[in-house]
Design a protein around this ligand. Sequence first.
Ligand SMILES: NC(=O)c1ccc[n+]([C@@H]2O[C@H](COP(=O)([O-])OP(=O)(O)OC[C@H]3O[C@@H](n4cnc5c(N)ncnc54)[C@H](OP(=O)(O)O)[C@@H]3O)[C@@H](O)[C@H]2O)c1
Length: 314
Amino acid sequence: MNNKNQIDRITRRKFLQTGATFAASAMLTGFGASKIFGAANDSVDTTSKYVTLNNGIIMPILGFGTLYLTGSVGEKCVSDAISVGYRLIDTATIYNNEDAVGAGIKLSGIDRKELFVTSKVWVDDSGYEKTKVAFETSLEKLGLDYLDLYLIHRPRGDVKGSWKAMEELYKENKIRAIGVSNFEPNHLIELISDSEIRPAVNQIEAHAYFQQPVDYEYLNQSNVQMQAWSPFAQGRNGHFTDQTLAEIGKKHNKTNAQVSLRWHYQRGIVTIPRTSQKAHMIENLDIFDFEINESDMNTISKLDLNTTQFPEWE
Ligand SMILES: NC(=O)c1ccc[n+]([C@@H]2O[C@H](COP(=O)([O-])OP(=O)(O)OC[C@H]3O[C@@H](n4cnc5c(N)ncnc54)[C@H](OP(=O)(O)O)[C@@H]3O)[C@@H](O)[C@H]2O)c1
């Protein structure tokens, strides 16, 4: 670990311990902002809309999810998302929309270097050879010549073969960071113990009703960035009308969606909310001008039901 990363991790731990606060001033666009996670005490605010991954790559802390956004709708949503300020776009082979995401990026007219694009290798393509082919297919569909982040979508099949392929692609500068998704600590321990490159990210289900405290702790200690999928639980369990979130939101004139995203943000977790509506895209980005106090953070932690809201995906 280089010095900068070591400092980032130490200050990040302090941030987690002190429940220190953020105030936003950095622009979400561009990668110029430095990461200043953490504060020595509660009176010092810190500012960042980015996290620094364990290989030094800077990643936006709030991105755009694209599950179910396919075809021309997907293309328009991605283009709209970029136009309102999103710079991290999350897709996957299994979403069957990499072509739409690529078209949306093209339509937006943005400079590729300003974006952070993630895709994932699906279970059917696990293993060394298949992962190499799947990666090239993803690039082709996206119309890109590199990915910022490539993840193993689920810990199934020949994970080690896939990882070896991804390590090679990373060394060839075709991917800026490699990681995993839906890995439990035991899966990660096994992968890390037998591989050259440590995963930079683990993208897992995380929202108010499934907070994953053990994984959160483990990932922080292991220098693997936690990224939350379905940060609103897709609205399940009454998320958007949840009275606890609404009461907290009322204090800041914010919606349940904004409270959830802000709660993740204050815990240092990267989120990728999905929406098909431009107004929601703008609303979901507007979380950098308020702060949930420690007492309300604790209140949200009590919403945890400690079980997935997506049993059909287990
Ligand atoms: N790695 C994995 O295994 C995995 C699994 C699932 C998801 N993911 C990723 O995580 C992303 C996010 O998760 P998700 O798509 O499952 O669900 P989500 O982001 O938790 O929720 C999406 C739903 O919330 C609604 N919504 C968004 N913003 C809103 C707002 N401000 N007010 C009210 N409703 C709002 C959307 O409806 P509208 O369109 O009407 O706004 C949509 O129905 C995915 O798109 C995907 O990129 C990864």
